[in-house]
Design a protein around this ligand. Structure first.
Ligand code: ATP
Ligand code: SF4
Ligand code: MG
Length: 323
């Protein structure tokens, strides 16, 4: 695996400004992504995973959502300072996104071929025969059978698994260095999901692609991710290598999340779930946001947010137990 940093996110803050008040959706998120590496982003629904991805792509839903501060460095270039026109040139070419629901990512009135041709025309200036050849090559790379005739199909003529492959072929069409994948396999059934993940890994190995991979599923984490960042209430509260996170979770929230995963082939009486709800992003408590649900809570937890502490090589945690 290469060790070159490709994406650095520093203290990113994306807040919602609504009638309800200020919602701290992404509240000081920092992480690094290296070439050829997959970083998993996990956490309960509403913790800010998608908003982090959208902010990195500068596709957050404005005007309600605003990036207040932070840095997003791609190859050391600050994306937050770019104009929308400059961002359009970067998206697809250097950093691309694969969304959860391939149907929303595809336009129903255009053929797959048309939608695949667009980025190739814009970013790679391909025309005519070369454009067609590249489009066929991409569908073949994603193992879409009868690629040439499939270019003329409309999205509704594809199965769910094929649509996700088509969306991925568009995302990968201009050889981006970074893919942001927001729960790309949630809409797929288990076998198709496994095949898709294997294919993505194979493409990654060949192209040294860096992937930011959002998922709910620790099985998918184990299969796909080199490292994992765990989010809670808009913050990354723990980061570790995947194996280490599974064997030695440091944050009580991570511990609880892992306990809630049913072990394969193990008979369990009751699925462990974390009691209580995450706090509202419009009304975050002072101190550690996990305090109301934490079995280890102490007084100081309710007063101040715990600082980031390194507990081992490339393993960091924000919890007063580890300070
Ligand atoms: N368009 C919006 N307007 C107002 N608040 C929003 C909007 N989109 C998201 N939010 C809020 O921002 C917070 C973070 O949402 P986000 O979609 O990033 O969560 P997530 O971790 O991706 O959850 P999930 O696992 O359900 O996809 C949530 O509290 C959500 O309610
Ligand atoms: S800081 Fe305190 S409340 Fe928060 S997770 Fe750690 S022990 Fe629990
Ligand atoms: Mg999401």
């Amino acid at each position: 695996m290469g060790d070159t940093l490709i994406l650095q996110v520093r203290d990113l803050k994306t807040y919602f400004f609504t009638k309800r008040g200020v919602g701290k959706a992404v509240d000081g998120v920092s992480f690094d992504l290296r070439r050829g590496e997959t970083l998993g982003l996990v956490g309960e629904s509403g913790c800010g995973k998608s908003m982090t991805c959208l902010s990195v792509m500068r596709l957050h839903p404005g005007p309600a959502a605003r990036i207040l501060s932070g840095q997003v460095l791609l190859h050391g270039e600050e994306l937050l300072q770019k104009t929308e026109k400059e961002m359009r040139k970067l998206r697809g070419k250097h950093i691309a996104m694969i969304l959860q629901d391939p149907m929303t990512a595809l336009n129903p009135v255009f053929t797959i071929g048309n939608q695949l041709a667009e980025p190739l025309r814009i970013h790679q200036k391909l025309r005519g025969h070369r454009l067609l050849q590249r489009a066929i090559e991409l569908l073949r790379m994603l193992q879409i059978p009868a690629a040439e005739s499939r270019l003329k199909s409309f999205p509704h003529q594809f199965s769910g698994g094929m649509r996700q492959r088509a969306v991925s072929s568009i995302a990968l069409s201009c050889d981006p260095e970074v893919i942001v994948a927001d729960e790309p396999t949630t809409s797929l059934d288990v076998t198709i999901q496994a095949a898709f993940l294997e294919l993505l890994k194979e493409i990654q190995r060949r192209s040294n692609l860096a992937i930011l991979f959002v998922t709910h599923d620790f099985g998918v984490v184990a299969r796909m991710c080199d490292r994992v960042a765990v989010m809670y209430a808009g913050k990354i509260i723990e980061t570790a290598d995947t194996q280490r996170l599974f064997s030695t979770p440091a944050h009580p929230y991570t511990e609880a999340l892992l306990k809630s995963v049913p072990e394969v082939n193990v008979q369990i009486d009751r699925l462990y779930t974390i009691e209580g709800q995450p706090p509202s992003i419009y009304d975050l408590p002072a101190g550690c946001p996990f305090a109301p649900r934490c079995p280890y809570v102490e007084d100081r937890c309710r007063q101040e947010f715990p600082p980031v502490k390194q507990v081992a090589n490339s393993h960091t945690v924000s919890c007063w137990r580890h300070v």
